[in-house]
Design a binder for this molecule. Structure first.
Ligand code: SAM
Length: 416
């Protein structure tokens, strides 16, 4: 379906819903834009393929999946090597992470044997793409399940993982006014869709503000992701014993709702351009907001879990040995043929992509890793250790070097 058609159809459906029930909370608008059963942005799987609108850590370099596999291998060993051991990836998107994770897990025989890799992907289009990407590679150990399937299962031992998933949950946008907090709703008129301020759409929005002591200044706008803490308490309930690892951008509550941040964190991404025209091209652009790690920690605690660590992606990956994966390409000899020069350039590009994952000002400190534990599990994990405490690793002891050009391979592997 051509993009304009899909977006126009979705806009009409949104307008029809507004016609039937009145202005809708922005969270409902965002839900339709991203997850409409046919026309939603993620349902159609249009943003990540080839990095059209966004590029995640898994899409940037294979070291991300590889190092996380190392972390989960450690979790499994320290749990006493249970067989089976479940690793559940929520929102796998293009499926790159699983590819790199499974490739690395295969090096650890006992771990590979015990591992049950589960994917939870609501978009049938993306799930199909994941299947093709993994075809022929350890696919027998991979299963696609729905949240309802997981609910029907007995509690299990393992690790749950979500990279850049919770930031795509719909947010309520609330603004401080002299009359108290009001919520941004979407209305439809002759000029198309537009925003209006209306009373809070539900008690849960008011309760969240009250329970978290959030008092808004006049004109200050915040976005509230109520779905993320709900999801975390549900997910923690799936585990008998194990970990929940969330990788995403976000802040602790005092920083997230500080009055200096006048207009919240919601952003629209379209073809790598960042915008604030949230009502533009419904279903054609990504909408995403920063997480509230404090609300997530509290939700986890209420569900009987505890926070084991909240750190930057840089520290987490360095703790797992990211530096040992950085290759120093050998400069080609002057006057040599073109092949070594080509390999040199490829290795340089590969190194740049890996650095993107860990450098400050880039993905290294834009993303945080929040590790939550259920049951009596060790908290002194390699990813949460101080990277400078790592024992020296000799080249011989590091079997984990990614294949040269792994990141480059991504570019020619965009769509299966
Ligand atoms: C920005 S993409 C992240 C892709 C991937 N994790 C990566 O690292 O590249 C968001 C993904 O989350 C999925 N998603 C959204 N809501 C979800 C939910 N409730 N459970 C599982 N996946 C969800 C989307 O369909 C999409 O695959």
């Amino acid at each position: 379906m051509p993009c304009e058609d899909a977006s126009d159809r979705l806009r009409s459906e949104i307008a029809a819903e507004i016609g039937a029930r009145g202005p809708i909370p922005f969270a409902r608008f965002m839900e339709m834009c991203l997850y409409h059963p046919v026309l939603g942005y993620y349902t159609r799987g249009i943003g990540g393929g080839g990095g059209r609108d966004y590029l995640t850590s898994s899409g940037t370099h294979s070291a991300f999946g590889l190092l996380l596999a190392r972390q989960v291998d450690e979790m499994w060993r320290r749990a006493g090597r249970p067989d089976p051991y479940h690793f559940v990836e929520f929102g796998p998107g293009e499926g790159y992470f699983a590819l790199d994770f499974l490739r690395e897990a295969a090096r650890s025989e006992g771990f590979a044997k015990a591992l049950r890799y589960v994917m939870v992907e609501p978009s049938p289009v993306l799930a199909e793409r994941q299947r093709s990407r993994l075809a022929g590679r350890s696919a027998s150990a991979v299963q696609w399940l729905s949240e309802q399937d997981l609910d029907r299962r007995a509690k299990f031992a393992g690790c749950l993982f979500a990279n850049e998933v919770l930031d795509a949950f719909p947010v309520h946008r609330v603004m401080g006014t002299p009359q108290g907090p009001r919520e941004i709703h979407v209305d439809a008129g002759a000029g198309g869709l537009h925003e209006i301020l209306a009373p809070l759409s539900s008690d849960s929005v008011g309760c969240f503000l009250h329970d978290n002591g959030i008092v808004l200044e006049d004109g200050q706008e915040i976005d509230l992701n109520l779905a993320a803490p709900c999801w975390v308490s549900w997910a923690a309930g799936l585990l008998q014993r194990g970990y929940l690892m969330i990788v995403d951008y976000g802040y602790e509550a005092p920083e997230l709702y500080a009055p200096q941040r006048r207009r919240g964190t919601l952003l629209a991404y379209h073809r790598h351009r960042i915008g604030e025209d949230f009502l533009e091209r419904p279903g054609e652009q990504d909408l995403t907001a920063h997480l509230d790690f404090t609300a997530i920690r509290r939700a986890a605690e209420s569900a009987g879990a505890r926070q084991l660590g909240l750190t930057t992606q840089a520290r987490f990956l360095l703790g797992l040995g990211a530096l040992e994966l950085i290759q120093v390409p050998e400069a080609p000899l002057a006057g040599g043929d073109d092949q070594p020069a080509g390999r040199f350039l490829e290795a340089l590009k590969d190194r740049e992509a890996l650095k993107e994952l860990i450098l400050p000002g880039r993905m290294g400190d834009r993303f945080r890793v929040q590790v939550l534990g259920v049951g009596d599990v060790p908290r002194d994990l390699a990813g949460l250790s101080r990277p400078w405490d790592r024992p020296e690793v000799t080249a011989a002891a590091s079997p984990l070097s990614p294949p040269r050009g792994a990141a480059l391979a991504r570019e020619s592997e965009d769509q299966p």
